[in-house]
Design a protein around this ligand. Sequence first.
Ligand code: HEM
Length: 277
Amino acid sequence: MNQGQASSGILYQRFDRYHRILHAVMMASFLGLAFTGLPLLFRDTDWAAVVARLEGGFSAAGVLHRIFAVLLITCFTLHVMRLLHRLYVQKDLGVLWGPESMVPQPRDVVEMIRHLRWFLRLGPRPVFDHFTYWEKFDYWAVFWGMGIIGGSGLMLWFPSFFSWLLPGSLFNIALLIHREEALLAVGFIFTIHFFNSHLRPEKFPMDTVIFTGRVTHEELREERPAEFERLVREGRLAELEVALQPAWVKTAGRTGGTVAVALGLTFVVLIVYALLF
Ligand code: HEM
């Protein structure tokens, strides 16, 4: 909604409690993994020694890293299990295709081209539906990244188990992949994902939708007009209406989000500093 525009006070559900809790735990565990993994990677810098000291030393950082890894892997597993449940138990094919699916579809390419034209003032703003092409991009970057960083991390954690299955040379490669993917994930989440979600002009300084799960009537109509019209056409809009949550939910979301953005950007600065100097 444009700043200063009056709101009707009507709210619709965008993310349910399951999604919100999973996202919060994933966010905390990813920050924890970055906080404990980066000092190990840059252990010869001054700042890494300071951060590791805060964590109780380098070996304590390694223990904490494994605890956060269990949390992140649990989140990922629960997410995949829910998708499988929707698909196989609820027979909801909308997971695989259609406006509420995360699977990239031809309309995403069309919307991306239209968006680029809109940026260049060569055409109108595209009419987005439930998920935009950049939200799908962020989602898949994290989804595949999880497989790569989680798989290589488990190899580092349980080398004797994996050495039954894999040749020894792969362990050096796993370490290299874990390091590079860690830098890519931290760089991507703390710049592109933060910009797309919170720092772009329409949302600055923070979009609280992932914490509250709710969007206003005006936000839905202006930002996702195709979804708004589809829900009206299908007579489903009223079903999504939800009550306002207690104020603390939004305050907690804003506080948690601000801490995450501030910590994330600090990590990016520290990485650039470590790589340059
Ligand atoms: C999700 C599953 C993950 C698992 C199972 C995992 C596991 C591990 C293990 C066992 C180590 C060796 C720790 C030690 O030396 O004591 C490690 C190192 C590291 N991890 Fe992870 N990790 C995971 C995710 C992540 C993520 C998301 C990041 C980045 C945000 C990350 C960044 C790092 C870094 C930078 C190192 C240091 C590598 C080095 O020694 O140079 N890890 N990880």
